[in-house]
Design a protein around this ligand. Structure first.
Ligand SMILES: Cc1cc2nc3c(=O)[nH]c(=O)nc-3n(C[C@H](O)[C@H](O)[C@H](O)COP(=O)(O)OP(=O)(O)OC[C@H]3O[C@@H](n4cnc5c(N)ncnc54)[C@H](O)[C@@H]3O)c2cc1C
Length: 307
């Protein structure tokens, strides 16, 4: 584990002036905060409990010139074993308020997609069924343009509000969200998504619920949902399916240390217990090299690797 240099007592004292004590965690084990259950520590993790705490944290971190990053539910992240010498601002519970007005949902980024899909169902709104089994936050899902079973965030997001590192707010509408396959304008930007407006359509609650249940059943049958992972490890290469290429290359079930290509779905890398981030990265490399050798296809990780 590396030595962290960015955090000092003075910074912590300033943060604690504005943020509740138990929301500021030093030397935070990121294996606890990511669905991969692997990886090193962050020098500091802040769980803002309100927009006011989020704004204070960002202002203080900017003034102190401390590197920081944002995370949601940690379901698409792998922190390297050396950890992250900076502050992780975790947008989740406390920043998860939702308001429904007719067929528009105004939501904070920390709400989980499963919860949001349930709220849509309760209001007989259709369009978010695809998202019900994706274990991310709304902010992470917009950032990634998460999608499944023919639906994507880009189909339902009308506009967003975000906070820039210079403290300015930015509103984006559908035309400048830059959505593409697992990408959005937020990738490579300095913006923290703080509000999302979603447009759905009136639907029949029975049909909405049935679709959600069908999709969850498919997911539970085809994906290793009970093993720690970050979902599909690789992006879908154009004209191919990553899982099929990996399976056809004979790599299904391949294990490096505690990391394994899932025997259920070769597109997933799972943590069999005690995997280090390095195990996962070593396995990733073997898979990439073998698939490249056999089929000439380059596999790019969908999982975001930090450190
Ligand atoms: C079992 C399993 C199944 C999955 N199935 C799917 C699937 O079907 N489809 C799919 O697309 N994905 C799937 N995933 C991957 C993952 O759930 C999605 O990518 C999800 O959208 C990530 O959201 P998160 O909140 O966990 O983001 P995190 O993993 O915490 O972060 C991902 C990225 O988003 C950024 N980010 C997060 N919140 C914000 C914010 N408020 N403002 C700015 N940037 C932010 C982070 O900086 C990071 O770069 C699956 C994962 C697992 C573990």
């Amino acid at each position: 584990m590396g030595e962290f240099k960015t955090i000092n007592d003075n910074l912590i004292k300033r943060l604690l002036g504005d943020i509740e004590r138990d929301r500021v965690i030093e030397n935070a084990p990121m294996s606890k905060y990511t669905t991969f259950r692997a990886g090193g520590n962050a020098a500091l993790l802040i769980n803002p409990g309100s927009m006011a705490e989020l704004f204070s944290a960002v202002t203080i971190l900017k003034m102190a010139k401390v590197p920081y990053m944002v995370m949601g539910n940690g379901s698409n992240l792998l922190f390297k074993d050396e950890g992250y010498d900076g502050v992780v601002v975790r947008v989740g519970e406390g920043l998860d308020h939702v308001l429904v007005e007719q067929n528009v949902i105004f939501a904070e980024p920390g709400v989980k997609l499963g919860q949001l899909a349930k709220i849509a169902l309760e209001h007989s709104l259709t369009g978010l069924e695809f998202a019900s089994g994706i274990p991310g936050s709304l902010g992470g899902a917009v950032f990634m343009n998460a999608g499944a079973y023919g639906g994507e965030m880009k189909d339902v997001v009308l506009s967003t509000s975000s906070l820039r590192r210079n403290g300015m707010m930015r509103d984006r509408n559908r035309d400048n969200l830059g959505f593409g396959y697992r990408t959005s304008a937020f990738q490579g930007s300095d913006e923290i998504i703080i509000g999302v407006k979603i447009l759905l359509k009136p639907g029949h609650p029975y049909l909405i619920q049935e679709t959600m249940q069908d999709l969850l059943k498919k997911r539970n049958e085809k994906q290793p949902v009970n093993m720690p992972s970050a979902g599909s490890f690789f992006k879908r290469p154009e004209g191919h399916f990553a899982g099929k290429l990996i399976e056809d290359a004979g790599l299904k079930g391949l294990q490096v240390g505690g990391a394994r290509v899932s025997p259920l779905h070769a597109g997933f890398v799972v943590n069999e217990g005690g995997a280090t981030a390095q195990d996962i990265l070593d396995l990733m490399k073997v898979v990439q090299e073998t698939v490249k050798d056999k089929f000439g296809v380059t596999l790019e990780p969908e999982v975001r690797i930090i450190g």
